[in-house]
Design a protein around this ligand. Structure first.
Ligand code: SF4
Ligand code: SF4
Length: 370
């Protein structure tokens, strides 16, 4: 987590439904806030980079961000020693958290083991159709894009949810990530219910179009509003299984993208040498990286970026835009608590502190908030 750490000075004035201005020091006097802040700040040491482990995938999804742009043309480095050397160097430059993605990382288990041997904190983005060996102790994010009929149409894979559950139900590493598109909102309950019944943890993602994507999955204002209500209902109905918060729902379904709300700190949008702009790299499967193109979801359109992986850095980095009131800071803490529960193996989600989503508009820069 690369944070903007505020001084204990008067917070910026806030608007609607928020109490009179308070200082950060006053906010921290609330016992629930102080306890949760202590809990999450132990993870402020996390420094992330991401790695495409392979350009191969066993399915081919409509709207996949990996098969956009040049990164798919990298010649895969399949040498486990080379990957281990890279991770040793990454550790030496201060990287403490890795996200292994691709195309499909489960197809190269020996490379995953080499990475895990060097940096043991991290997560793998997988379609969940090939089991990753127990020896790889990372969080595993299993992507779900709808019910089996929808997955067959959009991802060209049969019985996808059934097979994912056969492989990962009961595995403490697994979090099922339901990606809301414009078309699959109504069927989300029919997906979350069986997942919850099987004891699986679930979180939510938003389809975020790649640059130039013209397909039918992109959200509209109406689908954003409907998705927000659906997320909140599922969170209320499955509080033990759904890892999410009211503020997460608000931030990811706002009409403005995460970048337009919070200013993305990844190098692709932040060429400055501070925070994530200085430390983050996005490696291709040939072990090269390009600063100008680096972010966790390269080739995604920043004006449509609502991706859960992007938010985990973009929103968490903006602590000092969330100190206008106690409830706004509670919302930020809920967001960070959700992020840690979803991404860090062994971190348990706590009950949310703020039951009602505060408006993400309150986190806009003052000049953008007029
Ligand atoms: S499973 Fe992931 S990497 Fe493979 S095609 Fe689908 S979105 Fe792309
Ligand atoms: S796509 Fe998202 S994460 Fe990537 S640079 Fe744009 S706003 Fe940031």
């Amino acid at each position: 987590m690369d944070l903007e750490i505020p001084a204990a000075a008067p917070a910026k004035p806030t608007t609607a439904a928020v109490a009179a201005p308070v200082t950060f020091a006053e906010i921290l006097k609330h016992p629930d806030i102080a306890a949760r802040f202590q809990q999450v700040r132990r993870y402020f040491f996390l420094r992330e980079s991401t790695y495409d482990m392979t350009s191969r995938c066993n399915v081919r999804c409509d709207g996949c961000y990996y098969y956009e742009g040049d990164k798919q043309n990298a010649v895969d480095n399949v040498n486990a020693t080379a990957w281990r050397d890279l991770f040793r160097a990454e550790k030496a430059r201060g990287i403490t958290f890795v996200v292994l993605a691709g195309a499909e990382p489960a197809l190269v288990p020996e490379l995953l083991e080499a990475c895990y041997a060097e940096i043991p904190l991290g997560a793998i983005a997988s379609n969940g159709l090939v089991r990753i060996p127990e020896s790889v102790g990372y969080r595993i994010h299993v992507s779900v894009w709808g019910n089996d009929a929808t997955s067959e149409r959009v991802r060209k894979a049969k019985r996808m949810l059934e097979r994912q559950m056969e492989i990962y139900a009961g595995d403490p590493r697994a979090v099922f990530v339901y990606t809301f598109t414009r078309e699959n909102i109504a069927e989300s309950r029919a997906v979350v219910e069986p997942l919850a019944k099987h004891g699986c943890k679930v979180t939510f993602n938003m389809f975020s179009a790649t640059v130039g994507y013209q397909g039918s999955l992109t959200h509209t204002p109406e689908s954003l509003a409907e998705t927000r209500q659906t997320m909140l209902r599922l969170l209320a109905d499955f509080p033990e299984q759904v890892l999410f918060s009211p503020y997460s729902a608000a931030a990811h379904t706002d009409a403005r993208s995460l970048h337009n709300l919070y200013s993305c700190p990844y190098p692709r949008q932040n060429q400055g040498q501070f925070g994530l702009g200085r430390t983050f790299r996005q490696y291709h499967s040939d072990l090269t990286w390009v600063r100008e193109a680096s972010c966790c979801v390269p080739d995604t359109d920043c004006a449509d970026c609502r991706h859960y992986a992007a938010g985990s850095a973009i929103v968490t980095a903006r602590m000092n835009r969330h100190i206008g009131s106690a409830d706004q800071f509670r919302s930020w803490l809920d967001y960070v608590d959700t992020y840690l529960a979803v991404w860090v193996q062994g971190y348990a989600k706590s009950p949310n502190l703020c039951a009602v989503p505060v408006s993400p508009s309150l986190a806009l820069q003052p000049e953008a908030n007029r």
